[in-house]
Design a protein around this ligand. Structure first.
Ligand SMILES: CCCCCCCCCCCCCC(=O)SCCNC(=O)CCNC(=O)[C@H](O)C(C)(C)COP(=O)(O)OP(=O)(O)OC[C@H]1O[C@@H](n2cnc3c(N)ncnc32)[C@H](O)[C@@H]1OP(=O)(O)O
Length: 191
C-alpha cells in the first residue's frame, strides 16, 4: 500500500478500500467531518448545479456519475468502476476516459475550496493499462495557487494500490456569472 494515501479501510457499497478515518462532507447546512464508515450516507462533492456533467453529474445517464469526497487533509477521493462501453484497448479503458477521471478529480480540489475554475492545460502519464469492470481508486490534490492559476495533481490506482496513471493540470479561476452570461441560448444552439 502506498504510504500517505491508504490509511484506513472504508466500505462503499460492496467495495472496501483504504481511506482516512474521517472525511469532510458537504451538506446543505455546511460542512463537517464524519467517520469514513459513514461515507456512503454523506453527500458527495459535485460542481454546484452541474447535474449534466459527464464526469460527476448524477443526472447524466451516459456519464461516469463519479462521486467525490474530501478528507480532512483536503485530498479528493473517489472509487470508480468503469463499464465496458469505455473500452479502448481490449478489456481496458480508453485513454480519453482515463484523462477525464484525472481531470474531474483535480477539478474537485478547486470545488472543495469554492473556487470555480476550468482546465487550461493538462498532462497525463499512462503508466499501466487501466482495467474495466474493476474497482479503481482516484485521488487528487491541490498543489499551489498563483493569482487565478491553480496547479493540481491526480492519481489513479487499482484496488491493490498500484499506480496506473497520473495527471497534472493548470486550472484558471473564472467568474461563474460571466460564464453563465456567455452561454449560447438554447434557441441559438438549435439554429
Ligand atoms: C455555475 C456555472 C459556472 C460553471 C463553470 C464551470 C465549472 C468548472 C467545471 C469543471 C469541469 C471539469 C474540468 C473541465 O472539463 S473544464 C472544460 C475544459 N476546459 C475548457 O473548456 C477551458 C477552455 N478555455 C477557456 O475557457 C479559457 O482559456 C480559460 C477560462 C481557461 C482561461 O482564459 P482567460 O482568458 O480567462 O485566461 P488567460 O488566457 O489570460 O490565462 C490566465 C493565466 O494563465 C496563464 N496560462 C495560460 N495557459 C498556460 C499554460 N499552459 N501554462 C502556464 N500558464 C498558462 C496565462 O499566461 C495567464 O497568466 P497571467 O498572464 O494572468 O499571469
Amino acid at each position: 500500500m502506498p504510504p500517505g494515501i491508504l490509511r484506513n479501510s472504508l466500505s462503499i457499497g460492496k467495495v472496501t478500500l483504504g481511506f482516512p478515518a474521517r472525511l469532510l462532507i458537504r451538506t446543505k447546512e455546511g460542512q463537517r467531518t464524519v467517520p469514513s464508515s459513514k461515507l456512503d450516507k454523506g453527500e458527495p462533492l459535485t460542481h454546484t448545479a452541474l447535474h449534466g456533467c459527464f464526469g460527476c453529474g448524477q443526472h447524466n445517464r451516459t456519464g461516469l456519475r463519479l462521486r467525490f469526497y474530501v478528507d480532512d487533509t483536503g485530498q479528493i477521493l473517489s472509487t470508480v468502476r468503469l463499464a465496458g462501453r469505455f473500452e479502448g484497448p481490449p478489456g481496458h479503458a480508453h485513454g480519453g476516459i482515463v484523462a477525464t477521471l484525472l481531470d474531474e478529480a483535480m477539478s474537485k480540489t478547486n470545488r472543495a475550496q469554492n473556487i470555480v475554475a476550468m482546465t487550461r492545460h493538462m498532462e497525463v502519464d499512462y503508466l499501466r493499462p487501466v482495467p474495466l469492470r474493476t474497482t479503481l481508486q482516484l485521488t487528487a490534490r491541490h498543489l499551489s495557487v498563483e493569482g487565478r492559476k491553480h496547479h493540481c495533481a491526480a492519481e489513479l490506482r487499482n484496488a491493490a494500490g498500484e499506480l496506473l496513471a497520473t495527471g497534472k493540470a493548470l486550472f484558471i479561476a473564472i467568474d461563474p456569472a460571466r460564464f453563465q452570461a456567455s452561454k449560447p441560448s438554447m434557441r441559438a444552439m438549435k439554429s
